[in-house]
Write a protein that binds this ligand. Structure first.
Ligand code: ADP
Ligand code: ADP
Length: 218
């Protein structure tokens, strides 16, 4: 049976950072909805053009577009053994659609690591974030600096600051998270698959907590 893991947590909690580690350890492809949208934006596809305004404003792209995009991605051959989802689902409607589509793939959401970080910490994390152009690897100018400023440690590509990582848009994204994504914590807790970890610890410690918790669940 395939294994599906959903990473939950506010913007800036460390989902992308930890996804790299978990994906490697468990051998599951890392599927980041934000990365797929940004790829579409870069290639100026119809989906990218539709998503752009929402992303610039820090709002969610409509559910139907997002759900279809993830369904296409999860149908690809590299997902036969499952996937690690980062940034999807973000609404109850998306979570319900995911449950349904995974049943079609004879799977289910096996574990939902929830990286819990207080709101006050998020703005500093996101406004200091540097992202790699090639693969979306993330660094932080203070908390996780690259070996050479402006250059990705993993693939040597250029690091940039995402246009939506400014204080105003970050504030909006946090509000959207509290309104629309927080209800998923109760949804998955009720389903018995939630694994809560303290995301304010160091990157290495959070990673160790996540792997220890997941070891018991998948
Ligand atoms: P998300 O994918 O949840 O939005 P990221 O993984 O991109 O979050 O992390 C946001 C920023 O915070 C990045 O700059 C990252 O380097 C930094 N970061 C991630 N985890 C930690 C941590 N445990 N302590 C300090 N900074 C962190
Ligand atoms: P974060 O740093 O908040 O984790 P992401 O890279 O996951 O940011 O998402 C960036 C933007 O892409 C979001 O603000 C939103 O506009 C769009 N997006 C990503 N995932 C989804 C989703 N599941 N539903 C709707 N919109 C999404």
């Amino acid at each position: 049976m395939p294994v599906y893991i959903v990473l939950l947590g506010p913007p800036g909690a460390g989902k992308g950072t930890q996804a790299q580690l978990i994906s490697e350890k468990l051998g599951l492809p890392h599927i980041s909805s934000g990365d797929i949208f940004r790829e579409n934006l870069k290639n100026q596809t119809d989906l990218g053009k539709l998503a752009k305004g929402y992303m610039d404003r820090g709002e969610l792209v409509p559910d139907d577009l997002t759900i279809q995009m993830i369904r296409d991605r999860l149908s690809r051959p590299d997902c036969v053994s499952g996937a690690l989802l980062d940034g999807f689902p973000r609404t109850v409607a998306q979570a319900e659609a995911l449950t349904q589509m995974l049943a079609e793939f004879t799977g289910r959401v096996n574990a939902v690591p929830y990286i819990n970080v207080a709101e006050e910490v998020l703005v500093e994390r996101l406004t200091g974030r540097w992202t790699c152009r090639a693969e979306g690897h993330v660094f932080h100018e203070k908390f996780s600096p690259p070996k050479v400023a402006g250059v990705c440690d993993f693939d040597g590509s250029e690091l940039y600051q995402r246009p939506d990582d400014n204080v105003e848009t970050v504030t909006r994204r946090i509000r959207v998270y509290l309104d629309q994504t927080m209800p998923l914590i109760a949804y998955y807790r009720q389903g018995g698959v939630l694994l809560e970890v303290d995301g304010t610890k160091t990157i290495n410690q959070v990673g160790a907590d996540l792997l220890a918790g997941l070891d018991k669940m998948v």
